[in-house]
Design a protein around this ligand. Structure first.
Ligand SMILES: Nc1ccn([C@@H]2O[C@H](COP(=O)(O)OP(=O)(O)OP(=O)(O)O)[C@@H](O)[C@H]2O)c(=O)n1
Ligand SMILES: C[C@](O)(CO)[C@H](O)COP(=O)(O)O
Length: 237
């Protein structure tokens, strides 16, 4: 009898937050007196199926050791890489010997603190029997323009088939590691795991989640995340 696939998580947290423009990397900025990364890890660490959470941290990082997550029994630190995809691949390589090829790996940005537990559960339950896996996302509601270097309109894109890609992104351990290694050896820059899976000729599945699963990128995102997290707290009441 084939064993049930297990679930692992990899959290890329080795960025420097250039677009945020703060002295402290954005994953350590405070939301409700807790670092962004602690909020991002919360749903993963609370999910009963997730065996271990691998967090990719920059070599120069001196904030991680002060977080409570760094002392959590199911959290393991690995060295981040030059690009986000390198950090994710380092996380996957650290699971060699533990994870089986058909196990699921969920990759979630440390910069996405508003992941709701219901979205995580829905992603896992929707894709648990899927052949490839997929990711949380949300359909675009704005009209989308492609522009030139001067921001003049080149064309308006049909938005009916355009979605925002979020994280977690959930793929089979063996397929994801192979896809990321192939993208790297082909010198193809991928900004998410699904792109590497697509390059491998596989078709990820989008799972509609909450639109508040935002990525902290620029200063104005912090206030919005603060509002959303307070909304989540009200949901629990
Ligand atoms: N070499 C890198 C670059 C990014 N990340 C992580 O990938 C996530 C999403 O990346 P992004 O929002 O681009 O973060 P930064 O690279 O820090 O932001 P910026 O591009 O503004 O510098 C973040 O949790 C970030 O810490 C990572 O682990 N390793
Ligand atoms: C993975 C991601 O969050 C999906 O939207 C996004 O691609 C990360 O991009 P970034 O430039 O590394 O923030």
């Amino acid at each position: 009898m084939k064993a049930e696939p297990r679930y692992w998580a990899v959290v890329p947290a080795a960025g420097i937050g250039t677009r945020m423009g703060s002295d402290v990397p954005k994953q350590y900025l405070l939301l409700n007196n807790r670092p962004v990364i602690e909020h991002a890890l919360q749903a993963l660490l609370k999910h009963p199926k997730i065996v271990k959470v691998i967090v990719a941290i920059a070599d120069s990082d001196h904030w991680w050791a002060n977080t409570s997550a760094s002392r959590h029994s199911r959290v393991q630190r690995v060295l981040g890489g030059t690009e986000r995809a390198d950090s994710v691949l380092n996380g996957l390589l650290s699971l060699q010997g533990d994870a089986d090829a058909d196990d699921w790996v969920l990759v979630h940005d440390a910069a996405r603190p508003c992941l709701h537990r219901t979205d995580l559960e829905n992603l896992i339950e929707t894709l648990r029997h899927h052949a490839v896996g997929g990711l949380l996302g949300y359909p675009l509601s704005d009209t989308i323009k492609r522009v030139n270097d001067q921001a003049s309109v080149l064309e308006t894109l049909p938005r009916e088939q355009l979605w925002r890609a979020f994280t977690p992104q959930m793929f089979r351990y063996g397929a994801l590691q192979a896809a990321l290694e192939c993208a790297r050896s082909s010198a193809l820059q991928v900004t998410d795991e699904a792109s590497a899976i697509e390059l491998a000729g596989l078709i990820p599945q989008l799972v509609e989640g909450r639109s508040d699963n935002i990525k902290i990128t620029r200063p104005e995102d912090l206030e919005l995340a603060h509002f959303y997290l307070n909304q989540h707290s009200r949901d629990q009441e």
